[in-house]
Design a protein around this ligand. Structure first.
Ligand code: NAP
Length: 339
């Protein structure tokens, strides 16, 4: 295989707040030749997840921080272009931790999953991967919505929230989204089929929750934490379930202000439970079987916000925090051969 230029984005300085130009550097190297037991993958799409920003901080989490000088870690998908590994043939489509780079070495290990070649790569990245599994396990294991109940979902126009709310609709619940701005609220209702959506940037949240949830809130799927979590805790129904999926409002500051209305958990005999999707790894097939059936029945839709080129990876990551996306945020690094 001739020399292949491999552009990568590496971490130079730990960001404070949004990632700034000097925090990262776009470098150009040669794609490595695979050793025995390895294959070379050409990245097609990099998935942009909120977790990628937390990995840039010097805080141990469920994965170690990205080291200075290292390629920024991210989950993505690509196609095998060269192989010395029995598990992969040239042309295979594989999801893995591609990182922000155009080529990556993969092995036959837990980080890399071969995908049937005819699969829609956008759907894999949006629904049939960790994003869809997060919505599924959070909503079905913890939220457990019943017909007629009221479910509220924050970051409702985003990748996880849009799927979580649709799962609650499929369960027969009345679903109210919370999102930033009129365009997103329109998408939440018209594209994702929620019953209503509150624009937290222009509406009084407590008053809007009262108006849209007259029977109070039975299930709250929380992606953001902060003042939005506090407002919804103030409107809980008896025996409510609060799904702690993420706290994106505090990832840039690292500060987690406590919600005053947590006392409602006691007075409403409510449950609040967090979860880490990766702990459900062994059950992903169960989640994807349900999600595939719902998509085939026309009851589950997905959307993407797609950026182009490795130069836009950082802008795309920052966009999760400025609210630039509807649906799953992806960066296209090369065209899928089977598109
Ligand atoms: N528990 C798990 O295992 C697990 C796994 C995956 C993801 N997650 C969590 O799921 C959440 C959503 O992640 P995603 O990848 O699907 O992202 P996303 O929802 O597609 O994008 C993030 C959205 O968050 C909203 N947001 C950003 N800053 C905010 C703020 N200060 N206040 C209120 N809303 C804010 C923005 O929407 P608006 O414009 O509407 O504000 C933005 O579009 C994150 O908290 C993530 O950490 C958890």
């Amino acid at each position: 295989m001739p020399d292949l230029p491999n552009r990568q984005i590496v971490l130079r300085r730990r960001p404070t707040g949004l990632v700034q130009p000097d925090d990262t550097e776009l470098i150009s190297t040669q794609a490595p030749a695979p050793a025995p037991g390895e294959a070379l993958l050409r990245t097609t799409y990099v998935g942009i997840d909120a977790a990628a920003r937390t990995w840039l901080d010097d805080q141990p989490g469920y994965l170690p921080p990205v080291r200075l000088g290292e390629v920024i870690r991210a989950a993505g998908i690509g196609e095998v272009v060269e192989t010395r590994c029995d598990a992969y043939a040239v042309g295979d489509v594989v999801t893995t931790l591609t990182g922000f780079q155009e080529y990556v070495i993969i092995r036959d290990d837990v980080f890399s999953t071969p995908i049937p070649g005819e699969s829609d790569q956008l759907a894999i990245m949006s629904v049939y991967g960790p994003t869809g599994a997060t919505a599924y396990f959070g909503m079905t294991d913890i939220g457990r919505p019943k017909p007629g109940e009221t479910v509220v979902v924050s970051a409702a126009a985003g990748a996880t929230g849009s799927v979580a709310g649709q799962i609650a609709k499929i369960a027969g619940a009345r679903v109210v989204g919370i999102a930033g701005g009129p365009q997103k609220c329109r998408a939440v209702v018209e594209d994702f089929g929620f019953d209503a959506c509150i624009d937290y940037q222009s509406e009084d949240l407590a008053a809007a929750l009262k108006a849209h949830c007259p029977q109070r809130v039975d299930v709250y799927f929380d992606n953001v934490g902060g003042p939005i979590l506090d407002a919804v805790l103030g409107r809980l129904a008896h025996k409510a379930r609060v799904v702690l999926c993420g706290v994106i409002s505090s990832y840039l500051t690292g500060e987690h202000p406590g919600p005053a209305n947590y006392v409602n958990l006691m007075s409403k005999s409510a449950l609040m439970q967090g979860f880490n999707t990766l702990e459900q790894w062994g059950r992903f097939d169960e989640a994807f079987a349900h999600l595939r059936q719902w998509e085939a029945e026309g009851r589950l839709k997905h959307r993407q916000t797609i950026f182009d080129g490795i130069e836009s990876c950082v802008e795309a990551l920052n966009g999760l925090f400025t609210g630039a996306n509807i649906g799953k945020t992806l960066v296209r690094l090369s065209e899928p051969a089977l598109a």
